[in-house]
Design a protein around this ligand. Structure first.
Ligand code: KG4
Ligand code: ZN
Length: 326
């Protein structure tokens, strides 16, 4: 049995988790997440400076709590997996520098993880598989051949899917992060009430564009005919437009590569409509993490650590806010 402590601090969540691996089974021993989202929601979005300061306050208590809940001492940990990037530089630095110190003082290997790939490890990743990453900052389609061996097929040219959810939610007066609140309101709305564009849905590639959708919603909200009573209908129509595009393009990628597995990851993967549509329209297996592991957490980082190599000298690790899948 191998045990990894995962640490994730890319944005406004401070997370630590202890995960063990026995043969081919992953067991979550603890999963601690402390978020400053409530504080950030006062300002309608994340203020990077403030998020970093909150990370600094929370990082040690969160790591201690993850070990306590797992019932493990530092000596029982085999390695530390840490989010190297992408994300907010101030937030990333808190996690990376803390992990470096722990790696040296506890004498444990340090495994750097790309946060975007980490999201896919929140569920059991099988190969070959088409991966759709949909979060607040990314909307990417990749073709996974093996662990950390993948081909990038396409991604958003402007706003990410989660960003589109959040910005439209803000236009409708919903608090940050608006995605889940917009999805809740959409439950009582009619998805065909508003005709919204599905940008690039039939384009000859795997790219997305969501910024036009946001403008379309803005125009509707600002028109004199718009009544506050139709907010739920607009939410449902928007959710329909975003999920239609994501599902159609991802299934097209699976057909092109001849694979029968799709893995959906990232915060927007928690969207129920998205999951329902994939299951209804895809001919193969659809893997989606449980909702609490779709949004940022350290279980996914620790799990990715089992399939990745440690850095030879922990002190050489640098946080990289610009890591991508390309
Ligand atoms: O992966 P994540 O926690 O953070 C990033 O790495 O970006 O994703 C956060 C995003 C936010 O945009 C949030 O609004 C969106 O995921 N989100 C949702 C839902 N739950 C979270 N969007 C739509 N429906 C949901 N149920
Ligand atoms: Zn994320």
């Amino acid at each position: 049995m191998k045990i990894i402590l995962g640490i994730e601090t890319s944005c406004d969540e401070t997370a630590a988790a202890v995960v063990s691996q026995t043969q081919d089974r992953i067991i979550i021993l603890s999963n601690v997440i402390s978020s400053s989202a409530l504080l950030q929601s006062k300002y309608g979005g994340v203020i990077p400076e403030q998020a970093a300061r909150e990370q600094l306050k929370l990082i040690i208590p969160v790591i201690e709590e993850s070990l306590r809940q797992a019932g493990k001492s530092p000596a029982e940990i085999d390695a530390i997996a840490i989010t190297q990037g992408p994300g907010l530089i101030g937030s990333l630095l808190v996690g990376v520098e803390t992990a470096k110190v722990l790696s040296l003082t506890w004498n444990k290997p340090l495994i750097p993880i790309n946060h975007l790939l980490g999201h896919f490890y929140a569920t059991q990743l099988k190969f070959p598989s088409i991966g759709l990453l949909v979060s607040g900052g990314h909307s990417d389609i990749v073709y996974f051949k093996n662990h950390f061996d993948f081909e990038y097929l396409g991604g958003t040219r402007d706003d990410a899917a989660g960003e589109c959810f959040d910005k439209c939610a803000r236009l409708l007066g919903l608090d940050y992060p608006g995605g889940p609140k917009l999805a809740e309101l959409a439950l009582t709305g009619n998805p065909s009430s508003f005709k919204l564009p599905r940008p690039m849905i039939d384009s000859d590639n795997f790219d997305f564009s969501f910024s036009g959708l946001k403008t379309a919603v803005l125009n509707i909200v600002q028109s004199p005919q718009f009544k506050p009573g139709s907010r739920a209908d607009l939410c449902a129509s928007l959710e329909e437009a975003i999920t239609d595009t994501l599902v159609k393009k991802t299934i097209k990628a699976a057909k092109l590569k001849g694979v029968d597995q799709i893995t959906v990851a990232g915060g927007v993967a928690a969207n129920k409509k998205l999951g329902d549509k994939f299951r209804a329209q895809f001919y193969g297996t659809v893997k989606i993490p449980p909702p609490d592991l779709c949004t940022d957490n350290a279980v996914m980082i620790a799990t990715a650590g089992f399939f990745s190599e440690p850095i030879s000298n922990s002190l050489d690790l640098q946080a990289n806010p610009n890591l991508s899948l390309q």
